[in-house]
Each structure stands twice: as C-alpha cells, then as structure tokens.
Design a protein around this ligand. Structure first.
Ligand code: ATP
Ligand code: ZN
Ligand code: ZN
Length: 805
C-alpha cells in the first residue's frame, strides 16, 4: 500500500532563533486532508510548543531525521492567502527580516497568540510538593507562581527533577456570538397559549404577541430587548414553555453601525478630474499594472477621483483598497465612502477593538465587503481580485512602519498591484521626493490637478517673523498680525484652525536657580510635563514620576516649564479671545474611540469657532467655513537630525495652509517662525511645490541623499556603551571588506538620542545604488546579528529609514 503520509512545511515562531526556512512536520492522519497552506498550527519545537504558519503541504519530505507531528491546528480556514505567503517571503528578503514577523503583521491582532509558561509535576514529585503546589491542578502558570511567590521554590524543584516547565500557546481568537430566537408555534397555537396566560403575566403576553407578529421568522434577542423591552429571562421562560428555541449565531461587530451617513451621489467631474480619471480607468478594465502620481493641490478634489475609480472597479466586480495616513483623517473619508458604498466598505483602523477589527477583516475575507479603507497595515487587507489600490497623502511618514518588519505601505502596494495587475494611485498635494522623482523618470505617470474645485485661488500665505514680536515685548504665542486676523475672522462668524507643530518639539522643566533640567533616568532626553495627571513622563521609555515640588540638585523652588503644549495655547486663546469656543484635537483629546468624529462634528456644526490641534489637523479636513489658518510655530521641525526635515516642514505647512478657504470664502494663512527666510517656508508661501522639488533635489544630489542613493540604516544597541560601539565598528568593517562598488559607509555614530531605556544606540548608514549587489553582505550581517543577539546585542536593519533618531 502506498504511504499516504502528508507533510507540512511550517515557518515557526521561535524568538531566539529566527530563520527563514520552513521546518517539516508530519500532518496527523485525522487532519491529512484538512491542513492547507496559510493555516496557523501549533508545533513542538525543542522543549516548546510554538506557533507556525503552514506554507506548503506535500506528500513527501526530504528530511531523513525523524519528524515530529503538528500538535494542533488553530484555524478552520487559511488566514493567509497564497498571495500573502508569497508577499511575506518577498518582504523578508527585501527588508532583511523574518517571514514569521511579516506573517504576524498581515493578520489581525486577535489572531496573534499568547505564549505562557507553566509548571507541570513529574512522576518523581514528592507527595508534599504535589499537595503544596498543585493539589488537584494539572499545572500552575508561571505568572501565578510568580504572584504567589512560589517561583523560586518551583525553579528549585525543576533543578531537582520534580517538575518541568512547559511552553503553551494560547489562541486569542474569539468569534462573537449572538442569541437568536426561533418561534416554534404557529398562529393558532399561539392564540391558544395567549388565552391561557394569567393577566398579571404581562411580559409573557408581550412575548407571545411578538411571536404572533413574527409569523415564524427568527429574531435576535438584542432586537427583542431594544424594540420590545423583553429580557433574556422572559425569553428563556418562553423557551422552557416550548414556544421558541434559542440558538447562537455568529455575529460580526459593526463599529460603524451607529454612523448615520447620507447617501452621497457621485459628482460630475471637473475637466482636470475627468482627465485623470480617464487616464487610469482603462487600466482597471484591461488588468494593467501602472503606478500613477495624482498630484493635486489642496482642495482640488482628489477624493472624488478616488471614489469614482473605486466605483469603476466595483462595476467590474473587482475589489478596492484605499489607504489613509491616520485615524484623525478617517472620519470624513469614512463618511464619504460609507455614503457612497454603504456596507460594501470595511474600515480597518487602530482605534477599533481587536474584535471589531477582526470582524471587519473577516467581512473582506469572506467577500461580504469589497472595499477596504484604513491606515498602514490595511495594505495587507485580505482582498481578492483587486481592481485598484489608492494611497491618499502618499508622502506621509506614517506609511513606514517603525518596528520590524519595517515595511513601507507604498512599496507593498506596488507589489500587490503587480500581483493583481491593477493600477496603483499615489495621491498628494505634496508628493514625497522619491515619488515625484520617479514620476520625473517615467517610472510613474504623473497626473495633475492644478485648480481648486471652488475655483478660488489657493489661500494667501503670510510669514510672520516672531523675532520681531519678542523685540516688541509680545510674549504671547500669537503674533499681533495673527491676533488681529483671528479677531476679524471671528467677527465675520467664520472659523479658525490653529496648528501647533509638535514635531521636534519638547517641553521640559528647568530649575531657574541652578539650571537643572529634569531628565529621564533611563534615556538621554528630558522629561515632558503632563498637566492632566500632574506627572513628568519620558516619551521614549514610559518612565513616569510625580511633578516635582523642588529641584533635587539645589532644593530651589523656581521650577519653570519651557515649550508649549496645546493646553497652554488653549489657555492663551481663552485669555485673548474669551468669547470664542475652542476645541482641541491632540493625542490627549483623541484617545477615546469616536473622539475625532465628535471634535470634527463640533467644527462642522459651528459649535466651535476655533479648532486648535497638532499636525493631526493638517491633512484632509474639508470645512468650508474655515477661512483662517494659523501655524503657531512652523520651524520646530526644521532642525531635526534628518535630511528630510525641510521636505517634511514644507509638506506640513502646505497641507495645513490647504485647510483654509475651501468653501465660497477666500482663505488666509499666517505662518509664525523664527526662520522667515528658510526656503521650505518661502516655497510653501508661494504654493510652489515644483520649485521646492527642484531646489530640494539639488540639495539631495549634492549631499548624496535619497532619492539619488538608497540607504540602509544599521543600528546597534546594547546596555554597555563600549560593546555597542565595538559591534558597530565590526559592522563597518564587514561592509568595508565586502567592498561593493558604488556604496558609501557613514559612521558608526551615536544615534541622535544616544541612550534609550538604558540601551546605547549607534548607527551605521550604508548608501548604495544596486540592491542586488549588497544583498549578500547584508544577509551575512543579518546572520551574525543572530549570534550577537545571544549576548543581548541587538542589530536593527532599516531599509530607507524615515527617522534617524
Ligand atoms: N467634481 C466636483 N464637483 C463639485 N464639488 C467637488 C467635485 N470634486 C470635489 N468636490 C468638492 O471639493 C472639495 C475638495 O475636495 P477634496 O477634499 O477631495 O480635495 P483634496 O484634493 O482631497 O484636498 P486635500 O489634499 O486638501 O485633502 C470637497 O468639498 C469636495 O466635495
Ligand atoms: Zn536647582
Ligand atoms: Zn526614558
């Protein structure tokens, strides 16, 4: 008889020993026909049980060692498609990382497993110890042992061979179930029941009446409660009497169930919009993969073009994916999408609960929704048959993930676009230099929208020199010009948006007697003052301490806080414009779900005259009555240790300016700065992206920065400064010895923040032109890094880094 043994190739999750090649496992016969690539399984690995992803299934194994078997199957259907398996493999190579990390990133959090450690008794255990630690339990979790102060003793028993430590994995997946009711009696029978009920049994009478109305249809318990105020208790009593049965049904949480959206009809496109649309449309029809840069000034109606392209894809029964930079932007976009496409849209964003996110994901996976909208990680949305991928505000740095796998959503979008043979649209008023340069070279096709849909000019931008204000002893955050403009705008019953640029900004506390600055004990940064809970916090490691009463160095009491928070600006607004209603939008006021929407609703309904916020208000917001925009501090982001500082500042100012004058009324903008001559500000004032681009490209070329060269940042961290530095030098030597043509090595240098959480950071920058040529040496370093990892020396490799902190 033929051997019908089946094998699975599994990528395993072993944190201390990551590898990119799969391990073979036997598929136990009861699952032989069931296990398919893309499923999660639990497999033994050394002493542990670990999570793994099946990447292949076959009838034979080339391994001659004795194989172990899969111990559990965690899914009833694959969670990763073959597209995602392929993409994960590719990403791991491109980013010098591990497939397992890529796979984990692609799936919703609920599908990530927890590992726990447990103590189990061995047959050799003494009776006393069995009683003392386990009594009748089969095992004791590590955490419980720790809490009960039993850890040390149990570890001794482990050395003595009385207990063993085992690793367990816990699947968090939960499918929400709802109770439903199925009526069992027909109308006549119910009439009969009704006639026999006692008059006091009003709830039961109500229930019977509802059952009669239902005419045999099922209804959810939730609805019985909501519409007829019938409790589960009443329902259960009806069940006992044999009137109905209660059953459980899988329910998908709909986070937008309460969102009332008006239907939004498609608009007739303006000529420029139509031209762009016409250029992209044929690609959807003919399955052609091209990348378009849709470069349209703020308020030029890019969104409408997106919506109509999505419609075109849906008309062909294809799916669509729209990425937006952050949640702050999403409410208006979600409203528009929902307004046009209703429940065909699934929204994936970080403020949803893990359960809601999982359900939105499953709607896409099961074809109950065909349009996905969300932030960075939504690029992995489980959509089949993609007809179009759109990235709005493509220049935003949030599209780059800051921890492994350090992917850029734009690059993933292009990969998927190629896989599905569909167009990819990158939209922005201020494209990243990389994207704009590719359009220059003809790699992307550039489509432009040069006019605002309201046929007005872009708002008038004035630059205000804050040095002059100080000279005139104006110590407010508001220049006299901006103050006057706010007063006039409020008098006309128009609205104001004010942005405080928090990028590169710190507020810290200093002792005025001795100059002592309060610093984090673990990091080389100063602590930030938080007024709400009266604490000082470190934004890097989370260290928190109570707001000090006096200086620890000199015991002085004159502690002064420097820097400005939105709270402080808000107080000034209330002092200067007491009659105005202010709403604040920053990290503190938007922590809760739905809070963005609430704040923006206040602006939309003109319950607020002034919207004050951090850069989260700079993008996408479309409020016709906002006619004045003020940027409180334009330049804090100019001097960050990052060659993209000017680009990011230009983008921020242009985007924020773009919020003004979007309706019928003209807009004006005031940009406050200590560097009025800076070219990023001057070109933003002139609304001249193209000139900025040309100027900035010369600077990049001169200094050998992106997009002229590619960059990989290698960062070494260790608790011992010398060891860290020595390793960074080792990396430098390895790169030098490889001697790849057209490369340049910079560093090692201390990272901009030298110490975070008691780890010292050093970086080496590797500039190159040919990706293929550098692959081998970086693979070598990656493998060395695995060895170093055992000595707690961590090496991070970041391809095209966005941040150099
Ligand atoms: N064809 C059209 N006819 C009428 N109004 C339109 C049309 N297209 C867009 N609009 C309106 O123009 C306004 C600006 O459009 P939208 O917000 O899409 O601009 P945008 O290009 O995304 O700008 P930003 O880059 O600032 O986000 C919106 O209020 C939108 O409803
Ligand atoms: Zn002091
Ligand atoms: Zn810290």
């Amino acid at each position: 008889m033929a051997n019908n043994q089946r094998y699975a190739q599994v990528i395993v999750d072993v944190p201390t020993m990551q590898v990119n090649h799969p391990f073979d496992y036997i598929i136990p016969s009861q699952w032989a026909n069931f296990v398919t690539p893309g499923m999660r399984v639990q497999v033994p690995f050394g002493v542990r049980e670990v999570l793994g992803f099946v990447v292949e299934v076959s009838d034979e194994s080339n391994i001659d060692r004795e194989l172990k078997s899969i111990s559990a199957v965690l899914d009833d259907e694959p969670v990763l498609t073959s597209e995602m398996l392929q993409l994960g493999k590719e990403l791991a190579t491109q980013l010098f990382t591990f497939q397992i990390l890529c796979f984990q990133t692609m799936i919703p959090n609920l599908l990530k497993v927890d590992y726990t450690k447990v103590f189990v008794p061995l047959p050799t255990i003494s009776w006393e110890h069995q009683q003392q630690f386990f009594s009748s339990q089969k095992e004791v979790s590590w955490d419980a042992a720790n809490q009960n102060q039993q850890l040390a003793t149990l570890m001794q028993l482990k050395s003595a061979g009385e207990v063993a430590v085992e690793y367990r994995l816990k699947d968090k997946k939960k499918i929400k179930k709802a109770y439903w009711i199925q009526p069992l009696l027909d109308y006549e029978e119910l009439q009969e029941v009704e006639s026999q009920l006692r008059p006091q049994a009003t709830k039961q009478q109500d229930l019977v009446a509802v059952l009669m109305d239902l005419d045999g249809e099922n209804i959810s318990a939730k609805q019985l409660k909501a519409s007829f105020n019938l409790s589960m208790q009443t329902i259960r009593s009806g069940e006992r009497k044999g009137w109905l049965t209660v059953f459980e049904k899988e329910e998908k949480r709909d986070p937008y169930a309460d969102l009332v959206t008006e239907t939004v009809e498609p608009k007739t496109l303006f000529p420029e919009q139509q031209q762009a649309f016409n250029r992209i449309l044929p690609d959807i029809h003919t399955h052609r993969h091209e990348v378009f840069l849709l470069q349209g000034v703020t308020g030029s109606g890019k969104t409408e073009v997106y919506l109509q392209l999505i419609q075109a894809a849906r008309d062909l029964d294809k799916t669509a994916l729209l990425l937006v930079p952050e949640i702050g932007l999403t409410p208006q976009m979600v409203n528009q999408l929902k307004g046009r496409f209703g429940n065909d849209v699934a929204v994936l964003h970080s403020q949803l609960t893990a359960g809601e996110r999982f359900d939105e994901w499953r709607k896409l996976k099961h074809g109950e929704a065909h349009i996905a909208v969300g932030a960075r990680s939504s690029i992995f949305a489980p959509l089949d048959n993609l007809g179009i991928i759109i990235i709005d505000e493509e220049h935003e740095t949030t599209y780059k993930q800051n921890n492994a796998p350090r992917y850029h959503a734009r690059e993933v979008a292009k990969w998927r676009g190629n896989y599905h043979q569909c167009p990819v649209v990158l939209g922005s008023a201020t494209p990243s230099l990389e994207t704009r340069a590719r359009a220059q070279n003809g790699v992307y096709e550039r489509l432009t929208l040069t006019k605002r849909t309201n046929h007005h000019e872009l708002p008038d931008v004035q630059i205000v020199d804050m040095r002059e204000e100080f000279k005139h002893k104006n110590y407010y955050q508001f220049s006299r010009k901006l103050r006057d403009a706010i007063t006039e705008t409020l008098a006309r019953h128009e609205q104001v948006a004010l942005m405080l640029n928090r990028r590169g900004y710190a507020n810290y506390i200093q002792c005025m007697d001795c100059g002592h600055v309060f610093q984090c004990p673990n990091c080389d940064v100063s602590l930030t003052r938080h007024n709400e809970d009266k604490t000082l916090k470190c934004h890097y490691c989370g260290h928190t301490e109570a707001l000090p009463q006096f200086c620890p160095e000199c015991r002085g009491h004159h502690l002064q806080s420097f820097g400005t928070g939105t709270e402080k600006v808000e107080q000034e607004i209330m002092e200067l414009f007491p009659e105005a209603n202010v709403v604040r939008m920053d990290n503190d006021t938007t922590r809760r779900k739905g809070s963005h929407q609430k704040i923006l609703n206040k602006v939309a309904n003109h319950e607020a005259d002034i919207l004050l916020g951090t850069q989260m208000i700079a993008k996408g917001l479309d409020f016709p009555n906002i006619t004045l925009v003020g940027i409180i501090n334009a330049d804090t982001s100019l001097y960050l240790p990052n060659f993209r500082a000017s680009e990011q500042t230009f983008q921020l100012i242009t985007q924020m300016s773009g919020r003004a004058g979007r309706g019928d009324l003209p807009g004006q903008v005031f940009v406050q700065t200590f560097n009025p001559e800076h070219y990023a500000l001057q070109f933003a004032k002139a609304h001249d992206y193209e000139k900025f681009y040309a100027y900035e490209m010369r600077y990049r070329k001169l200094n050998h920065y992106s997009p002229y060269v590619f960059t990989i940042r290698l960062t070494v961290s260790h608790f011992d400064e010398k060891t860290g530095l020595r390793t960074a030098f080792k990396i430098r030597r390895l790169l030098q010895e490889a001697d790849v043509p057209q490369t340049r090595i910079l560093g090692p240098s201390q990272s901009a923040i030298a110490r975070i959480n008691n780890q010292y950071y050093f970086q080496v920058l590797y500039h190159y032109r040919n990706r293929h040529a550098i692959q081998p040496i970086l693979e070598t370093i990656k493998n060395k890094a695995q060895e170093w990892d055992r000595d707690h020396i961590h090496v991070m490799m970041d391809v095209e880094p966005m941040s150099f902190m």
